[in-house]
Design a protein around this ligand. Sequence first.
Ligand code: KIV
Ligand code: NA
Length: 260
Amino acid sequence: MKLQASDFVARKGLQPIAMLTAYTCPVARALERAGIPVILVGDTVGMVEMGFDSTRHVTLEHMEYHIGAVRRGAPDTHIVGDLPYRTDRDADTALASARRLIAAGADSVKLEGDKYEVIRHLVAHDIPVCGHTGLLPQTAKGFAKVGRSDAEAERIRQEAKGIEEAGAFMMVMEHIPYDLARAITAERGIPTIGIGAGPDCDGQVLVINDALGLGDYWPPFSKQYARASDTILDVARAFSGEVASREFPNNIIKLTGTGS
Ligand code: KIV
Ligand code: NA
């Protein structure tokens, strides 16, 4: 059964929320089968699937393509769609952008930072919004942890407050000190979903490629539950070797018949 924004708010303090990103239909199908309650079609797709060096290259068209694929794979799972860089730059632009992601199959949208006016406008038009504070990849200079100084920590605390007060139903907190994440989680009435934010958030999110070990770089706070890149290498080498030796396709023809 597909969860709605209010269901996630109701889980706060009761049941940790496991969020994974997905960009393709077969991955989304597996996440739904596993009972993952919320899939994020993140603009990380630009980096982990498209080979860009920043999420800033991702467009609404890219997001529509990937959200559509994920929706076809996970018809009964809540999908959060990321608003790409600058498509949320003002309230009207953000509403038009968000409506495209919803039409493509998203149930809610996510946007980065302190755009409270934009959040209010989307929520007023019945589009649930997930906030995102801490490290903001669309505008950050690098990927270092933020919120280490007292002043920065206070700014992020206020931003989390502003995001909730603007009407967001949930928020991602990326790469901030664990004690700051714990304090914000305790202060706020909406679920906090951490990535590199320690154990005391209401949920955790991983980029699926990081969790799969599909890529050649993984952030230190991620965990590789598999080594999918090694599997692909093994498969490609095995296939290549069998074509060279003419084992393939003879070895499957023996199993399935003559092909006539
Ligand atoms: O785009 C994304 O995958 C994200 C997560 C890192 C939270 O925003
Ligand atoms: Na993102």
